[in-house]
Design a protein around this ligand. Structure first.
Ligand code: NAD
Length: 471
């Protein structure tokens, strides 16, 4: 595969590779692959010093086979039309892989958020939303944004507020965006969802004895050493939940340097340190690597890129020691690097599957917003009284008295429990489907990325056929 292809062309190459394992008509495959619509717009904003600046924004809706379309909004200097279309396409395939009934979309603004004040960012976000409304690129049944690189729940709250202001009579306006703060109808567990999904996915990957033995590992994630690139939303939460599984996060890279401690890093302490000092560089319990890319060469079992696309290149791939690469970021491995790693027997767990936790919980948030009732509200007390009745029956039959501590361990499922349960179930089922596809064609012939694409193509093709568009 050529290294000089654009990001969107690379996504399409992966699609073409997988499409060869299906026998759908050429026209249907072309319709699935093509980006259905995209728009680039510019608008002026007044900065705090009264200067006027032109801002460039994009939104792409890759596939309308399911509506609404869904995908994050990123703020980065690398944003351009090709990147946004590539990321929108990945969203389409990702949603299909995890059975989330959305088409794929993505949006972005070309800026470095560190160069703007909060009030400037608010003006930019609100104006961007206004442009989306004018162009019919946002709405609970049209296109629903979410956070991505460089954005978080605060931008989602501004987007919601702007949308609501422009459509005050819309009962379902709250479902126009996900990843909102809890107090603005967000859902418990969304902020953590992508990182947590990465961990649920890797636990499932590591649970297969045959697959683990093939790469020289014992099954189970416990005790495995992990290195993470990017300590933002996804990287932080993946690291945090990995340490709870007793995997050991030994290295973390950020844009201004990387740190390493073979005994394991204390993730919450590190996060606190970064908040206080603005960097991970001088964290006391670790060795500093001046070049963040040196992180890729560290001795470890699992490498998790959680920053941006095109980070693992053909130049870096031969030096990687990890036997598993968990793609938490979108498109972190170039096509050539993928080929090199594949030949070396490295197990690559693709973005189209592994970082789908975010959109999965966004789907739950969207359902919650449309139903206007929180998960667990109807059943929680009922479940608790059922459990208590069971306790009393066991006590009566056996004479054993449960302690208060034992009783407290059992409670009716609340929103967080239900969200995490739904997320885990989704990640486990989707990986099993990927594995089944690999077994069907032969694990040496179909890697996880191709298997995920094959599964996505089948599901999207079925949707088109149900719509009666294709025979
Ligand atoms: P974020 O902005 O919260 O964090 C990204 C972090 O990566 C930042 O701390 C940044 O400083 C760091 N970084 C940037 N370039 C780097 C480099 N060269 N080396 C080391 N660190 C670098 O973004 P995020 O939401 O965590 O997203 C990260 C990736 O995950 C993106 O590819 C995004 O598309 C993908 N993703 C995010 C979500 C989500 O829910 N936020 C969902 C699915 C996929």
């Amino acid at each position: 595969m050529a290294e000089n292809l654009s990001f969107f062309q690379k996504v399409n190459e992966n699609f073409d590779k997988a499409a060869k394992f299906t026998d759908y008509p050429k026209g249907l495959l072309e319709q699935i692959k093509i980006c259905n619509s995209s728009c680039h717009f510019t608008f002026p904003i007044k900065r705090d010093d009264d200067t006027i600046e032109t801002i460039h924004g994009w939104r792409a809706e890759h596939s309308h086979h399911n509506l609404p379309t869904k995908g994050g909004i990123r703020y980065s200097m690398l944003v351009n039309e090709d990147e946004i279309m590539a990321l929108a396409a990945l969203m389409t395939y990702k949603c299909a892989v995890v059975d989330v009934p959305f088409g794929g979309a993505k949006g972005g603004i070309q800026l470095n958020r560190n160069e703007y004040t909060e009030s400037e960012l608010e003006r930019i976000t609100r104006r961007y939303t206004y442009e989306l409304i004018q162009k019919n690129y946002i709405g609970p049944g049209i296109d629903v944004p979410a956070p991505d690189f460089g954005t978080s729940e605060i931008e989602m709250a501004w987007i919601f507020d702007t949308y609501l202001t422009m459509s005050p009579d819309k009962l379902d306006a709250i479902a126009c965006v996900t990843g909102k703060p809890i107090k603005h109808s967000g859902i418990h567990g969304r902020k953590e969802a992508t990182g947590r999904g990465v961990v649920f996915g890797l636990e499932e990957v590591c649970s297969y004895i045959d697959d683990m033995n093939q790469i020289g590992f014992d099954p189970g994630i416990q005790g495995k050493t992990v290195v993470v690139q990017g300590f933002g939303n996804v990287g932080y939460h993946a690291s945090k939940y990995l340490t709870l599984t007793e995997a050991k996060v030994i290295g973390i890279a950020e844009i201004d340097g990387a740190i390493y401690n073979p005994k394991g890093l204390d993730i919450d302490k590190l996060s606190m340190f970064r908040k206080e000092t603005g960097s991970i560089r001088h964290y006391p319990d670790a060795t500093l690597l001046e070049n963040p890319n040196d992180i890729f060469e560290l001795e470890c079992d699992i490498l998790i890129p959680a920053a941006l696309e095109n980070q693992i290149t053909a130049e870096i791939a031969p030096r990687i020691k990890a036997r598993i690469i968990g793609e938490a970021a979108n498109g972190p491995t170039t096509a050539k690097a993928h080929e090199i790693l594949q030949k070396r027997g490295v197990l690559i767990i693709p973005d189209t599957y592994l970082n789908a936790g975010g959109v999965t919980v966004s789907y739950f948030e969207w359902i919650r917003n449309l139903s206007h009732v929180g998960f667990g509200r109807l059943a929680r007390r009922y479940e608790e009284s059922t459990y208590n009745a069971m306790f009393r029956a066991v006590e009566k039959a056996t004479g054993y008295q449960f302690s208060d501590v034992e009783r407290q361990t059992v409670h009716g499922a609340d929103e967080t429990d239900l969200v995490n349960s739904g997320l885990q179930d989704t990640m486990v089922n989707a990986y099993q489907e990927i594995r089944e596809t690999r077994m069907k064609y032969g694990k040496d012939i179909v890697d996880c990325r191709t298997a995920a694409f094959i599964n996505a193509i089948h599901k999207i093709a079925q949707s088109y056929m149900q719509l009666g568009i294709f025979p």
